[in-house]
Design a protein around this ligand. Structure first.
Ligand code: HEM
Length: 521
């Protein structure tokens, strides 16, 4: 086969349409797309986007290292996504790039360290103990079907609320209407409905000050745009309230801080304190701090709640693993008199089987299954090993051109049989209790966590990856000794979306995970 350009020489499926390339399958059948093409083409291939634009798909370790770590300035977050986050949330971590983003990470990274997570652990224990009481009251008269995802959503909001922001959104013990929580939940689905209209956002940004941009958006007679304005207003109002509340307490001193939810140990209070003593050039503006409030909640909620739902679903399908984990937890929490006590940060983080179950679930079923970056300037993308071009010759590196999109497949990397072994597709917590394969160690996967791409790596890696593990472990440590989780017999379907979520059937868009829950206490 004769190729006209080096980009044409990259192997991959033929286009299915002049207008939409291979987009239809990519959007409507993400799992099928992945299986079919990864199996056929392997570590890197090209497919066709809108108007047949060449897009790349990869899980090659060296290519990923170049994209996320070494040449991060060449592979940036797409400007439509950045502009969407900026419009709705303000200039927080999800909306900024380059110098501004680096400055924000410099002050925020230490705030998420183990030192602060130690302080947050008792807050987490209190919340989950309330959750346990709430579930207990529903199953005390016998086993019940419970929507575990619904509870994990409420819990994740409260954990990031109290642990992240020093603010309680949901007592968990009874139902309360909460506009902020509703807005957070609606954010991604409504953003999805704005898919086409969003394309003009980066242009809207060039149209002058925020007031004018806002007026322009208000004039658009399209339901989802108006809903997004409402959502964004609700997020902003609460973020501002939380910010002022924390700042006022901080200015009044230690006693006032102690009266706050979380006693000033939450991430936001620590950030405000650090920001006050930071040098002028490092300091975040008020607008930047306020933007982090909604940014953190949005980034923390769906990811953690769906990750937890997946773990409960897996434990219900593997009763042996559930029992073994329960034994480890009951033993660790035994206070000597047969009662269960809370574990501190180091105790809960060091339990080997709990750690293995969490790692294995995040490996095999990463909540964020794909990531996308856009090429900012023409470059060569290096590979771990050459692939064969359409002309039959080896390609040692891949030419990328400005504007090209590159998708990273997190599952294909986390389940790469060449690195993890033939059983890579199986969910086996035990694999973490013995040394990992040599090939994996040698591959240098650029992930911040355990050779996994689940939280990616580099300057835009998930800032909350330790926070989220603590959340998961505390939830499991509290709930498993108290309840048994079993399948209901009804099917559960996991939908591919920004964050994969369970529903009762393939067609249903309603996120839910019904499980049969039995009290053990
Ligand atoms: C299992 C749970 C989680 C998963 C799988 C996850 C995954 C990710 C991934 C893949 C990214 C990169 C997105 C991109 O660049 O396109 C990311 C970014 C981010 N995550 Fe997480 N996350 C989780 C929990 C959390 C939690 C609990 C928090 C906050 C406490 C958090 C805060 C953030 C923030 C702020 C970013 C943006 C970082 C930046 O651009 O500098 N995440 N997360």
């Amino acid at each position: 086969l004769f190729s006209q350009s080096p980009v044409d020489n990259i192997p991959g499926p033929d286009s299915e349409s002049y207008l939409t390339g291979n987009m239809n399958q990519f959007k409507q059948d993400r799992w099928g797309f992945q299986e079919q093409h990864v199996r056929t083409y392997g570590r890197l291939f090209k497919f066709h986007g809108l108007f047949n634009a060449p897009w790349l798909y990869t899980y090659d370790p060296r290519a990923m290292h170049s994209i996320y770590v070494k040449d991060q300035d060449v592979y940036e977050e797409n400007d439509v996504i950045l502009a969407s986050f900026h419009t709705a949330l303000g200039p927080g971590l999800l909306a900024t790039v380059e110098k501004q983003h680096r400055r924000q990470r410099k002050i925020l990274n230490p705030v998420f360290s183990a030192k602060h997570l130690r302080d947050v652990t008792p807050i987490f224990n209190d919340i989950i103990n309330r959750l346990q009481v709430a579930i207990s009251s529903r199953v005390k008269t016998g086993p019940q079907e419970i929507d575990v995802l619904g509870w994990m959503g409420r819990t994740a909001l409260e954990l990031i609320g109290q642990g992240g922001l020093g603010h309680s959104f949901d007592p968990l013990t009874h139902d309360v209407a909460n506009e902020f929580a509703e807005s957070v939940k609606a954010y991604f689905p409504v953003m999805h409905q704005l898919e086409v209209i969003r394309l003009v956002l980066p242009k809207v940004y060039q149209l002058g000050p925020a007031v004018i941009r806002r007026k322009l958006l208000e004039l658009i007679p399209f339901g989802p745009v108006q809903r997004m304005i409402k959502i964004s207003d609700a997020l902003h109002t609460t973020s501002l309230e939380i910010y002022h509340e924390k700042k006022a307490a901080l200015e009044k001193g230690d006693e006032a801080m102690k009266q706050q939810v979380g006693e000033g140990k939450d991430i936001m209070s620590v950030l405000l304190r650090e920001n006050m003593v930071a040098s002028e050039e490092d300091r975040l503006t008020d607008e930047e701090v306020v933007a982090q409030v909604s940014t953190l909640v949005l980034a923390a909620m769906d990811t953690t709640s769906n990750a937890l739902a997946r773990i409960f679903s897996l434990l219900s399908e593997h009763p042996g693993v559930q029992e073994k984990l329960r034994e480890e937890l009951v033993q660790a929490r035994d206070d000597g008199s047969g009662k269960l006590r809370d574990l501190n940060y180091d105790e809960v983080m060091e339990l080997p089987y709990l750690d293995a179950v969490c790692r294995e679930s995040l490996r095999r079923y990463p909540p964020v299954t794909h990531l996308m970056r856009e090429v900012t300037k023409d470059a060569m993308l290096p590979l771990s090993e050459p692939i064969t071009g359409r002309d039959g010759q080896p390609m040692h590196s891949i030419p990328v051109t400005k504007g090209m999109r590159i998708f990273t497949d997190v599952i294909a990397s986390n389940c790469n049989k060449e690195l993890w072994g033939e059983d890579a597709d199986e969910w086996k917590p035990e694999r973490w209790l013995k040394p990992l394969p040599r090939a994996l160690e040698d591959a240098h996967i650029p992930g911040v966590y355990s050779h996994l791409m689940t939280f990616i790596g580099g300057a835009r890696a998930c800032i909350g990856f330790k926070f989220s593990q603590l959340e998961m472990k505390v939830v499991l440590a509290s709930l498993l000794p108290a309840f048994k989780f079993e399948p209901t017999g009804k099917p559960i379907y996991w939908n591919a979306a920004g964050v994969a979520y369970p529903s009762a059937s393939k067609g249903s868009r309603k996120p839910e995970l019904p499980l049969k829950v039995t009290s053990l206490l």
